[in-house]
Design a protein around this ligand. Structure first.
Ligand code: DC
Length: 227
């Protein structure tokens, strides 16, 4: 396989802005192919939560980098990581190169050595985030960038919050999303952007099944074509 990484593992990079559908897609693809999956946004959220709990200042890059060096995989299961407050701090600390550097090895190890819950090797890994195809796994077997209009993504996030019983105002969600997008795409360190060799899927007019079908066709074509 020409584009598989060390030891012949298949790596699927799925990037995109928040509420683009990349997380749902990554989990469905991993389940379908029997691969391990890592939501890398949770790493940044884990760092943000650690910082919040220790009373650290999100404006302090050194404190954020120390939290990034201390974050463990076990912490990533905490449902509190999904809150909007944690997401906002995650976006701020993700702009620090030292934070990104501290999380780099963990992500590359996951991609190179995907394991099942019993520690047995799996044939591939799916990682979703912002910079998987550009920085973390530039040699990924397949790179997909999922996007959608800001309005469509804000409407999805608004519905998600209401479904979870969280009070939400669409205009506010839209405003927060525009601010977060500007920060994640405008930063110097690994901004959100498609890799030159990524396939872009616009999910604005697609449901989760439509995005899954489009992505699976791209992945199977690439994997079969590389055999
Ligand atoms: O995907 P998410 O909303 O859980 O990510 C939270 C923040 O983490 C997001 O605003 C930007 C940052 N992030 C990043 O910079 N790089 C990644 N690979 C994943 C997330």
């Amino acid at each position: 396989m020409s584009r598989s990484t060390a030891k012949g593992r298949i790596v699927i990079a799925i990037d995109g802005p928040s509420a683009s559908g990349k997380g749902t897609l990554a989990h469905r693809i991993a389940e379908h192919l029997g691969f391990a999956v890592l939501d890398t946004g949770l790493l940044y959220r884990g760092v943000a939560k650690r910082l919040l709990e220790s009373g650290g200042d999100p404006g302090d890059a050194a404190a954020a980098a120390a939290a990034a060096r201390a974050v463990t995989a076990a912490e990533l299961r905490d449902p509190a990581l999904r809150s909007e407050q944690v997401g906002e701090i995650a976006s701020r600390i993700a702009a620090y190169p030292a934070v990104r550097q501290a999380l780099l090895a963990l992500q590359r190890d996951f991609a190179a050595n995907p394991l099942d819950i019993n520690g047995n090797p799996l044939p591939g890994a799916v990682l979703d985030g912002r910079d998987i195809g550009t920085v973390i796994c530039p040699d990924a077997t397949v790179k997909i960038f999922v996007t959608a209009t800001t309005e469509a993504r804000a409407a999805r996030r608004h519905k998600e919050l209401l479904d979870r019983g969280v009070a939400s105002i669409y205009a506010r969600v839209l405003q927060d999303m525009e601010r977060r997008d500007a920060r994640d795409s405008g930063r110097v360190a690994a901004p959100t952007k498609p890799a030159a060799d990524a396939v872009v899927i616009d999910s604005t007019a697609l449901d989760a099944d439509g995005v899954f079908a489009a992505a699976l066709a791209i992945i199977l074509e690439r994997i079969d074509g590389a055999d």
